[in-house]
Design a protein around this ligand. Structure first.
Ligand code: SF4
Length: 446
């Protein structure tokens, strides 16, 4: 006898997916052949142009030139570069951004921030800076009206002429960040830097005459540092009235002069406990002067002048890397350009990208990354984590969240259904510890 199977009514098939597109019928039935997920009946109207990402994009431009190789520095930098070499490098940057805008389809992405880092961008001449920023203007159609444009500089190369040029660039600079590291001449001498305190103060004044948003970096735990020299540095930094002060912990890498000097016992570095006391002292002094943290290592005057570039990256936005050594992220792809400046320029000149290595982010990577770099902002929006990953962090890592709470590193805001995970002062003093612990717990989920 022939059995005629009735055609499944469309309504009945649709019942197999909920309004949110989840599969609800997991019985052994052969009905409801799946062709897509989430179910297209749950999708929204879309225009042709919406198919391309319109998410904000951040641009990082790396300038490898420096006046000297500082003793603690492990970056590959170019010292003693001549004008011709810098011109050639500026040309390569312009060519790279034109290729990237076209081939990666980035022309119409709104540009939220531009960051010229290094190395020492202020080593470039006015004409070179103009050419690079004009290149950005020409290749990207939407620089957001309040886009941040930061340029890093070393005090020794921050002349009034250079700083004045920042104002007149095709995209005017809105923020200057200077690697000062120490405001104590004896400590500076151990770093091989050519700065002196007088010169640094002058450079800060010059930067402040151009933009109000001036950041200076200090390094806690340099060779020769004592609590006294550190206190002097912190107070001198506050006296300048800069918009923000960032404190980096000194890290010693095998390719630095510090490493070689340490092995020969030529220098002594403060140990971790001493360094922690220095940082704690700085945090107290910043609080008294009403400098408020926007990350666990950066403080702004009255809480104004929040930084845009780094937080955007830490919240998972894309960033286009331009220049040798530059790191970037487009979608789920992380990548870095060759760290050999000559190889970088040759590859770009031959019409290819100088991408050297990369990593495609997995779902787990994205979760770990969201907490690891996200916690630099001292708090994590738990709804944001759910939006980005599909999970509630406080449930997924409940034991670790409880442990961090019990040990006084974090608190949860929002009562029964927490909305925010916030670092305590203890969490702030321990830097990346909270992010690392949560990241490790997520990794261990397998
Ligand atoms: S100026 Fe900055 S990038 Fe250049 S060598 Fe010194 S620390 Fe490194």
């Amino acid at each position: 006898m022939t059995v005629i199977t009735p055609i499944t009514p469309i309504k009945q098939e649709l019942k197999q997916v909920s309004r949110r597109g989840f599969i609800t019928n997991l019985e052994g039935s052969r009905r409801g052949f799946i062709t897509n997920y989430p179910n297209p009946t749950q999708w929204n109207p879309l225009n042709e142009t919406d198919v391309m990402s319109r998410e904000p994009l951040n641009i990082y431009v790396h300038i490898p030139f420096c006046a000297q190789q500082c003793s603690y520095c492990y970056y590959r930098v170019v010292t003693g570069a001549k004008r011709d070499e810098m011109n050639r490098y500026a040309d390569a940057l312009c060519q790279e951004m034109a290729m990237a805008a076209e081939r990666y389809n980035l022309k119409d992405r709104p540009i939220r921030s531009i960051y010229f880092g290094g190395g020492t961008p202020t080593m470039l001449q006015r004409e070179q800076l103009e050419r690079i920023t004009q290149g950005i203007r020409d290749n990207f159609n939407h620089i957001m009206p309040n886009a941040e444009f930061t340029i890093e500089g070393e005090p020794v190369s921050m002349t009034q002429k250079t700083a004045d040029a920042f104002r007149d660039l095709p995209i005017p600079v809105t923020r200057i960040s200077m690697g000062v590291q120490s405001l104590d001449d004896d400590v500076v001498k151990h770093t091989q830097r050519k700065d002196t305190v007088d010169r640094v103060i002058k450079a800060i004044n010059i930067a402040q005459s151009v933009v109000p948003n001036v950041n200076i970096d200090l390094m806690s735990g340099l060779a020769g540092e004592t609590m006294e020299t550190w206190q002097n540095s912190v107070h001198r930094a506050l006296e300048t009235g800069v918009a923000s002060i960032t404190v980096y912990k000194t890290e010693v890498y095998a390719n630095s002069q510090y490493f070689r000097d340490l092995r020969k016992s030529k220098i002594r570095l403060p140990d971790d406990d001493e360094e922690l006391r220095y940082f704690e002292y700085a945090v107290d002094a910043f609080e008294k002067a009403n400098y408020k943290p926007w990350s666990f290592f950066a403080y702004t005057k009255n809480g104004d002048y929040p930084h845009v570039h780094a937080p955007s990256l830490w919240r998972g936005e894309d960033y286009l890397p331009l220049g040798t050594s530059a790191f970037g992220k487009i979608g789920d792809q992380l990548f870095q350009n060759s760290n050999d400046p000559e190889k970088y320029m040759q590859t770009i000149e031959s019409g290819h990208f100088a991408v050297n290595r990369g990593h495609k982010l997995t779902c787990q990577d994205k979760m770990v990354r969201t907490v690891l770099v996200g916690m630099k902002l001292m708090k994590l929006d738990l709804d944001f984590f759910q939006q980005a990953t599909g999970y509630r962090l406080e449930k997924l890592c409940a034991p670790m969240v409880n442990e961090l709470q019990e040990n006084g590193f974090i608190t949860l805001n929002g009562g029964e259904k927490p909305t925010e995970l916030v670092m305590t002062r203890k969490g702030i003093l321990h830097g990346d510890y909270v992010g690392k612990q949560l990241g490790r717990a997520l990794q261990e989920l397998g």
